[in-house]
Ligand binder design. Structure first.
Ligand SMILES: C[C@](O)(CO)[C@H](O)COP(=O)(O)OP(=O)(O)OC[C@H]1O[C@@H](n2ccc(N)nc2=O)[C@H](O)[C@@H]1O
Ligand SMILES: Nc1ncnc2c1ncn2[C@@H]1O[C@H](COP(=O)(O)OP(=O)(O)OP(=O)(O)O)[C@@H](O)[C@H]1O
Length: 284
């Protein structure tokens, strides 16, 4: 039997850091949603007690460093599963981009193996397992649109944003999430984004309000380290995007666009100097 799972990318519509916790993580307030840019996972049972990962992407680890491997190992150990699994990852989400590609693969593995091995693990339990793998994994287990607090694992579902186009652009820069959080300083932020106001914008289904409330305090770190990301944001706005923000710890920048007619202009304008550009829809 083969099981297929889609692992979509996430974007942060807002991200605020409240304070650093004694365990080293940061207490955050984020609103996240999914976009229709997804990895595809194919899982099949193996008679031998082993986990094998393959991928068409030459640039990700295929051993225990892979988050899908870690998810399979965790579920096998916790539920005492003796059979093995072969997982093929068809990667479409850019890696180390701030789009939670690895986290979404881990979440899709948890969902898929729950089905493959008939384990009947509840959604709540899957999210708890996910939290052991990474802060973004619990959100990726359920998807939709949610307010995430704690270190990202405490989730409150919210209405999806009004449907629109999302243009994503990633410069060839590597950004470490740990380094970005490590360099973050609250006192340098003049105006914090508001989860309450973004929530109100989503509840009133107002696209202009959603665009107005976009904000991510981690931009203060990543844009300082990589000024070309600020330039990318400005270019996207100039080309006509309705709202522009860096996702997560970056470096991917996304633009929300309501009118289809504008999308190809923005896409083509960005392709001039950025190789990785995608025009997708929200996953609503
Ligand atoms: C930037 C975001 O992607 C926004 O959605 C997340 O906050 C990070 O999620 P993630 O990549 O799943 O993060 P994890 O794998 O849990 O943590 C990577 C590193 O980021 C830092 N980290 C992460 C989450 C958090 N709330 N506070 C932190 O300080 C920690 O140094 C941690 O060692
Ligand atoms: N299945 C996977 N897909 C992509 N990267 C993976 C995977 N498993 C492990 N990695 C490693 O994880 C690191 C981060 O990759 P990932 O694409 O998840 O970053 P990200 O989009 O910035 O995540 P986040 O937004 O959650 O911080 C990379 O260095 C990569 O080698």
């Amino acid at each position: 039997m083969k099981i297929y799972e889609k692992a979509p990318a996430k974007i942060n519509l807002m991200l605020d850091v409240l304070h650093k916790r004694p365990d080293g993580y940061h207490e955050v307030e984020m609103i996240m949603t999914m976009v229709d840019l997804a990895d595809r996972l194919e899982m099949s049972a193996l008679p031998r007690d082993t986990i094998i990962i393959s991928s068409q992407a030459g640039y990700i680890p295929l051993d225990e460093k892979n988050l899908a491997f870690q998810a399979a190992k965790l579920i096998k150990e916790r539920y005492n599963v003796r059979s093995g699994v072969y997982i093929h990852l068809d990667k479409k989400i850019p890696v180390a981009a701030g789009l939670a590609g690895g986290s979404s693969d881990a979440a899709a593995t948890l969902r898929g193996l729950n089905r493959l091995w008939g384990l009947n693990i509840s959604g709540e339990e899957l999210k708890k397992l996910g939290a052991e793998l990474g802060s973004d994994v619990p959100f990726c287990v359920t998807g939709g649109t949610a307010l995430a607090t704690g270190r990202g694992e405490v989730l409150t579902p919210l209405p999806n944003p009004p449907q629109c186009w999302v243009v994503l652009a990633k410069l060839p820069i590597n950004v470490s999430t740990a380094e970005v959080y490590g360099r973050y300083r609250n006192e340098r932020i003049e105006k914090h984004p508001s989860a309450e106001r973004m929530r109100a914008a989503l509840e009133s289904r107002s696209f202009p309000e959603v665009c107005r409330e976009l904000g991510n305090v981690l931009e203060s770190v990543t844009l300082h380290m990589h000024p070309e990301v600020a330039h990318l944001k400005e270019t996207m706005l100039r080309l006509g995007a309705d709202g522009v923000l860096m996702s997560g710890s970056g470096p991917t920048v996304f633009g929300l666009v309501s009118k289809e007619a504008k999308v190809s202009r923005i896409y083509n304008g960005l392709r001039g100097f950025c190789k990785e550009v995608y025009a997708v829809r929200l996953l609503t």
